[in-house]
Every structure is written in structure tokens, then in C-alpha cells.
Design a protein around this ligand. Sequence first.
Ligand code: ADP
Ligand code: ZN
Ligand code: ZN
Length: 803
Amino acid sequence: MQVASVIVDVAAMQTDRSFDYLIPDKWSGMIAPGMRVIVPFGPRSIQGFVTEVKSRSEVEKLKPLIEPMDLLPVLNAELLSLADWLTETTLCFKISAYQAMLPAAMKAKYEKVFRLIDGKTPSTKEIAELFQNRTEILWEEVAKLGLLTVFRQEVKANRIELVYKVKSKGNKKMIRMIGCALPANQSKEYIEQLPANALKQKLVLEYLVKQTSKFVSAKEAMEASGASSATLKSLIEKGLIVETKQEMYRDPYENREFQKTEPLPLTELQEKAIIPILQSIEQEQHETFLLYGVTGSGKTEIYLQSIQKVLKIGKEAIVLVPEISLTPQMVHRFKGRFGDDVAVLHSGLSIGEKYDEWRKIQRKEVKVVVGARSAIFAPFENLGIIIIDEEHETSYKQEENPRYHARETAIKRAQHYNCPVILGSATPALESFARAQKGVYKLLTLSKRMNDQALPDVEIVDMREELRDGNRSMFSRALFEKLEDRLKKGEQTVLFLNRRGHSSFIMCRDCGYVSGCPHCDISLTYHRYSHQMKCHYCGYEEPVPHACPECNSEHIRYFGTGTQKVEEELGKLLPYAKVVRMDVDTTSKKGAHEKLLRQFEEGKADILLGTQMIAKGLDFPNITLVGVLTADTMLHIPDFRSSEKTFQLLTQVSGRAGRHELQGEVVIQTYTPEHYSIQLAGEQDYDQFYQQEMMIRKMGHYPPFYFLALVTVSHYDVITASSITEKITNYLRSHLSKSAIILGPVASPIPRINDRYRYQCLIKYKREPKLNEGLKTILEHYTKQHKDKHLQVAIDVNPFIMM
Ligand code: ADP
Ligand code: ZN
Ligand code: ZN
């Protein structure tokens, strides 16, 4: 008897455990952990993941599983145990962890087909005959013929693959293929007999006979022979050629030439930094390196050469970059060095495209993956390095279940494979730098820019003074003058507008006063509904001031300016300037992002105006001016990381100017020029910022001195939400040690989303061995035993978004 333990595809507390199913004899020996199966569940049949195959079960009457969905596991043993770890550390359901690791195509409705792998011949004549005149066979057909076991051998031997085709329309990229209908000798005979005026037909047939594979793309055949589709049609009608449709790997970078690049001779500094990395690769000893180097200091070249070493010893590499900087430029550098060995995964790909890239990885057709956060789950089995570029980026934390952080996940996987992790940044996360200081990570420093260019000159403009001097425009005089100057010289400008935190705080335009919480040193959030100012850490609140409490000015108001408004203003003030605007509105269409950047790169515009998405990765020689319109917006969002984020962002944006021969200038407009994160970003002084910010974190009991966990309760009924949060808070107070700091219950900063009222409790702690168990108890109690269906309890361990 064989029994499969299965995690079923129902994300709920009740089903978050494995269920046993009998493996029917016909599947015996074919089912393995990491495969998906279809199982009966109540009245339905649903998908599930096999976690174990065993010879007995505690359960008496076992139901048989219906059928396997895979012939080979889609999750290997390492990924299965990584899922256990994710479940444990992020408190998610096991099924959510599995699903996070697989491309969406495998979740969606599917159709299974067997496909002959290009250039391969099946080992038996029987199978070869099945593939006569077609490249795909439906799973159902093979099952009916009783050939699944035989096919499994072929799949294992990499001659045939099993493909899940997304059923929804428009997902598949099909191309028309044609081939000779007759065996080659008969086709040749026929060619001889064709009349002279049928030259085109002759040419097509000759072209097809010459091919090594039966089918070629119709387009190619027509191009090569000069035939029209009418010619093809008549040949098909005569029964001389057959046609079929074939799904293609969608390559989002096809038709793009990637110029091959060679490794550069490393500078002395780079050499010094790469040696320990290469050692870790050679000696197969896991280590986490923090590669701390200003933009343009040669980090990417170190990544490339480390990967080269990894490939040389036959291993694989994962490179994570923030979604936003998955620009063609970045992709170019990896494709240029490693060519077709590289798969690229980012959110701009369709479901089908992502699935294609995933399959390339699973079938070991590529060795390097460059991708955003979820690429950390690339199904490699012989990892030699994991690189996380811009490691401080908050997008590496997933904000839905499983709420994992790519950095921790990378380290976990690297420990398994005994390989290094490189975390690269010019402005490392405070947590990372602190770990490097303590020796948990190994610090590698690149202190100089490659071109020996000085960092750009930064001017900080006090917008309060502009106002005092009667300038009510959103451009300071300094910025405006420089803008005009660049237009005259034909040089380019980047204007950066930070929209995050829009309108959520109130600031005095005369003195820069922002109302803060008297207990938390965090700015108060303006609540539109209640017209109140609130602190979401401790619950303190006060009415919206009509005049500035500091200077009595009445110019106190919500803050925020949209890109559209800036564009209009530019149109009025500098009507001859050509502006490219990049924000969520202008880049929502596929490929728009790239197109706009190309326009700018080709010099079709003078000014690139945008939000966060232009802060990174841009490397254009003609940019000599960067203007930051409102440096403060991020500073006052109610988040203890707001200074850090401001510093990082300003440093990043400033780095866009003067990357090549021309010296760059930066103008930062602000209402709080004295704030240390703005001052120090102006000086590009990370070390000083680190010192200062660490002091503040220490005093406020924030990371990296304390860990955080956030419990958010939501319900349509405000009383229920608040009273349950109170109960949870009380439970935690009694359950945890005295040194844990428990803040709450308090309304969430966004107190209502989709008509659900939200309350929260924040836990700050250093070491709480009982915390995870306590949090699990809370989840169990309120989701399993509690009968109220409208109640939701969400727990985020190490939250990055406190809203
Ligand atoms: P970072 O990743 O730190 O921003 P890059 O690796 O992009 O830095 O390097 C900045 C520039 O310097 C790039 O144009 C790169 O090609 C060049 N570069 C890097 N290393 C070397 C080297 N050893 N010799 C010459 N040029 C280099
Ligand atoms: Zn004021
Ligand atoms: Zn407070």
C-alpha cells in the first residue's frame, strides 16, 4: 500500500495540514513529494501538493487520489523544506508558501499536453508515430492509451516535456508551422515534376526538404523562398505540405541584440572586494557579504565576475534587482555577459511568459536568473551564488501572504547550498549595515566611483525662504535658473517628485512645522473622515490646526503635488521644453516604461519628470541636472523608517546626475533643510547618517535594536474590531516577557479599507521564544474557532508597511 500526504489547495486554517490519500495501484511508484495531484475533497476534486509518500496511514478508510498532475516534482526537496521554514517564520498557510514558489500559470486553469522537445526523437516507434504530424498530444489521450508510464520515461530522459498550457485566451503565443506531408524522397520526386511556372512552389518544397526538423515556421519558409501565403495554400490543398500551430517560448527580449561583453580587468579596490566572494564560492562555504559601494563604484562588474566563476564550476546564480530597476539597461548587462544562459523574470511579463521562463530554469536551459523578488524561488538545484542588488529596497518584502523577505529567504537557500549571498547597496538597510558591523555579514567596501568623478554638487534649497521672498511657484529660483541653463545648453534634466505620503500630513509652508506625536516622535497622520490628526503608534490624536502652532502662520496645509500639476506648470513657464512624464498613469501600458525612457535617452526630450520609478538605474550621459521638488514628503509619513527611506531615495536620485564626462548638479527643495537625512543625503554621507539614525532607533526601541511584529484586526463592525484587538493585546501582555513592548490597541493608520475597520497591536521585542507560539494561538483561535466569518486577523512578522 502506498499513501500520499497531501496539502490541499484551500487556504484556510482548517485545511492547513496534510491529508492522507491512497495511491491507486496504477500510479504506484509514480507519485513523489513535490508533485501536484488531484484529490477528492468533500464533494469536489481539487489540486494538492504531495509532501510525503509512505506505506501506511493512521486514517482507516482512505480515499484514493484521483490522478497526478505532474510526472516529475515541481517542487524539489529543498523548496519543500523552504516552504516549511516560510510557514514557520511568516505564519502563513503551507499552501500559500507552495503557491508563492510557482509561476501563476500553474495555479490557473490549465490544459496538460505532452510535447516533443525540439530535435529529439522518442525512444520507441509507438510514441514516434503518435507524434507524426503534430508536436503536442493531450494528457487525456495518452492516459486513455495507457501510456503514461512510458511517457514518464521519455520526460525523465528529456525527450518529451509535459507542459501546462494556460487555458485563458491570448496567453499562448502560437506560430504557424509548415512541413512536407510526404517523406523526403517522394517530395523530391514531386519537385522534379513541377512545371517551370510553379517556381515558388518548387522553392518552398526545396526549402522544406532541406530542413532537419519536420516543421519550420511558415514565416521563415516564406521569407527564405519568396513564396506568398497563396502559394502555401495551394500546396496544402494539394496535400504536399501540412501545417500545424506551435507554442513558442515567448522571449520578451527577442529581436534585441545583446552585444557580447568581456570581463573588465578589475581595479585594486574591486579585486580586494571580490577575493573573499570567490573564496566562498570555491570552498563551498556559505557567507553573506554586504557589498557597500556608492553608485558607479563597480558593484555590478563584481556581480558579473562572481557569477562567471559560479558558472565555470557548473553551478547556477540568482540575481535579484528591484522591480523598478529591471530596466533594459540592467538586463543588457547580464544578457551581454552571459547571453542565452540568462532568464529574466519581472512583473511586466504575462502569465505565459513567466511560465516559459520558469520552465527554462526547471529544465536547466538557463544558468542565471535575473528577476524581482519572487525570482528567489527559482527552481535551481545547484545554486552557486545569490545576489541581491539594492538590498535596502523595501519591495523585497512581500506584503501579502506569505509575508517573506527575499533577503532572509536568500540566506536560507544559500545555507542549504553552501554558497555565498551578496547584498549590494550604496545605502544599505540599517539592519544590514548593523549586521555587517557585528560581523554577522562580511562587509566589503568600494569607496570610490569608477570614473573618479566627484559626486555631483548638491544644493539644498529652503522653500520657506522662497516663500518669504515671494516665490510661490513649485520651483525655487535656483532650480529654475539651472533648468533654463540646461535647456540652453541642450543638456538633460531629471525632475523628481516623491508622491508617496501624498496629502497624509500637514505642514506649515512658512516654517516647515509638521505636527508630530508628543509620545512617539513620529508625525501625525491626517485623517480625512474624522478631520483629525492621529498617531498610529500610540493612538494619540488632536484636531487639525488652523494656524501653525509654531509661528502662527495660516499657510498650514496638506502636502502634496502631483506630477500632472508639475507638467502643467512646466508647460506654462517653459513652453519650449520637451517633457517626458513617467508615473503610474503614463506607464501602465506594457512596454510604456521602456518606450518613454528610450525617448529620453535618444534626446527627444529635455526633461524627464517622474516619481520613484525614475530614481534608479538610469545611466544617461547627458543628464547634468537633477531636481528634487519636494524632499520632505516621505519624511513625514508615519513610519520609523521614513528618515532612512528619505536618505536612500535622495542619494539614489542624486546619483543620476553626472555619471559620465559632464559634471552633475543636484538641487533638493525642502521645507526642512535642517533635517539630518536631507543634510546628509546632500553630502552623500552614509556613514554619518548610519550613526545618527542608529541613535534614534535605539532611543525609540526600533529595529535593528528591536524586532517588530504587527497584528492587524479588521471587521465591518468597528466595535468588534477594536474589542478583539484589545483581547489580543491583553493576551500578548500576559503571554510575553516583561521586556517586550506592546503598543495598542490602536486604530490602523488607514482605519478603514473596503468598509472594514482596522485596529492593530504592535509588538517590539528582543528575544521572545514564546512569541511565535502565541501568535499562532491567536490565529488559530480567531480564524478556526471563532465563528465570525467577517473577522480577519493578519500577522506580519518584521513588517515594512505599518499602515
Ligand atoms: P555600480 O553597480 O556600483 O553602480 P557599475 O558596475 O555599474 O557600478 O560600474 C560603473 C561603471 O564603471 C560602468 O560603466 C562599468 O562598466 C564601469 N566599470 C566597472 N568596473 C570596471 C573596471 N574594472 N574597469 C573599467 N570600467 C569598469
Ligand atoms: Zn509655521
Ligand atoms: Zn504616538
